[in-house]
Design a protein around this ligand. Structure first.
Ligand SMILES: Cc1cc2nc3c(=O)[nH]c(=O)nc-3n(C[C@H](O)[C@H](O)[C@H](O)COP(=O)(O)OP(=O)(O)OC[C@H]3O[C@@H](n4cnc5c(N)ncnc54)[C@H](O)[C@@H]3O)c2cc1C
Length: 324
């Protein structure tokens, strides 16, 4: 049975939109690791109404996946079947209200939210400054750093369901855990966040200190997707003195001799061994295979079972050509 991508046939089944529909759009340039095949169709909605109308009129059997700025994903080399939704300009507004509430669109970059909040004298969101994703990705992943997470600041998340209907979720309804939120198949459109009152200069200085600390410990300029595996301790760096006691993925990887381990252009970063890196010309298959090798080596060395924090999405190349 032939299951190769058929973007023209897919486009015929999709409703007309005000935004952009691009068949066979390469996704590699839209991700931090710069790997992977195309989206069968990439949809960039003009605004919430456009996305809602699209979702409600798109037949249920067509897979539709949301993507942020691709800072926590490996898109596999065969690409993604169906429609990938990428939110852009119509979803990136940030408003700071008088009660230290920040209302941010799902495409707003975490760093911009942190800076807007700080400039308006809102404290409590500095941790977002160094996370290179969007608010949509942060809701999905419960993004966090140095002991603070989305779970600590979220009042409510706004989303659309696959059928185009809208839903507002409270913090409790998000079911947040470490790098985890419970809802599936939602398209986040925005969030209301709660900070506290602060002095802009003090919050900006706090952010600078966090950024410096991050630059010292992490390869922030390399092609990575951040931490590859979850910390077995169940939390990220707290930045506190007792942090060294926590069971960290990077330590297990280092002790298993995997710092600098390479497969083609894929490397476990020398600076921070939990950062899987595209050092040049890596394929998604090489990155994923290197990650699996690290899991196996750590298992043999220490008995710990690492689990992926990076999401692997789409189809392997072999899978696609076998299907045709
Ligand atoms: C250098 C570097 C440092 C990092 N440091 C940190 C860190 O300190 N803390 C941390 O938590 N993470 C960190 N990350 C990982 C990453 O930035 C976060 O997980 C971020 O929240 C992902 O956001 P994104 O927009 O890139 O999402 P993507 O990677 O595009 O997608 C991630 C997941 O979110 C879903 N998603 C995205 N947008 C939406 C939406 N609108 N609606 C529904 N689902 C959506 C996707 O379907 C996917 O499942 C780092 C990454 C890098 C490259």
């Amino acid at each position: 049975m032939s299951r190769t991508f058929s973007p023209d046939a897919l486009l015929e089944r999709l409703p007309s939109v005000r935004g952009r529909l691009e068949p066979m759009r390469e996704l590699a340039p839209l991700t931090w690791l710069r790997v992977g095949g195309p989206a069968e169709v990439l949809f960039s909605p003009a605004d919430i109404e456009d996305l809602a109308a699209f979702l409600s009129a798109t037949p249920e059997d067509i897979p539709v996946l949301a993507l942020g700025v691709g800072s926590n994903v490996i898109v596999r080399d065969g690409g993604i079947r169906g429609v990938v939704v990428r939110l852009g300009r119509g979803f990136n507004a940030i408003t700071v209200a008088a009660d230290q509430r920040v209302i941010a669109g799902a495409a707003a970059l975490d760093a911009r939210v942190a800076l807007s909040a700080a400039s308006a004298g809102v404290d409590g969101m500095a941790f977002l400054r160094g996370i290179p994703g969007t608010i949509g990705g942060a809701l999905r992943m419960n993004a966090g750093a140095y002991g603070r997470y989305m779970a600590d600041i979220l009042v409510e998340a706004h989303a659309l369901r696959r059928d185009g209907s809208s839903v507002v979720l409270s913090n409790a309804e998000m079911g947040f855990g470490y790098r985890h939120s419970a809802p599936r198949d939602l398209f986040y459109t925005g969030a209301v966040l709660q900070g506290s009152s602060g002095e802009p200069e003090a919050v900006l200085a706090q952010m600078e200190a966090l950024m410096e600390r991050r630059a010292q410990a992490q390869p922030v300029k390399d092609r990575t997707a951040g931490s590859t595996f979850r910390n077995p301790a169940g939390f990220s760096s707290t930045g506190k003195a007792d942090d060294d006691m926590a069971l960290k993925a990077w330590k297990l990887i280092d002790e298993a001799g995997c710092r600098g381990l390479a497969r083609g252009g894929a490397v476990m970063n020398e600076k921070h061994p939990n950062f899987l890196t595209n050092a040049g010309g890596a394929s998604a298959a090489e990155l994923e295979a290197l990650g699996e090798e690290v899991i196996a080596r750590v298992r043999v060395h220490s008995g710990h079972e690492l689990t992926w924090e990076i999401e692997r999405i789409g189809e392997a190349l072999a899978q696609r050509s076998e299907d045709t």
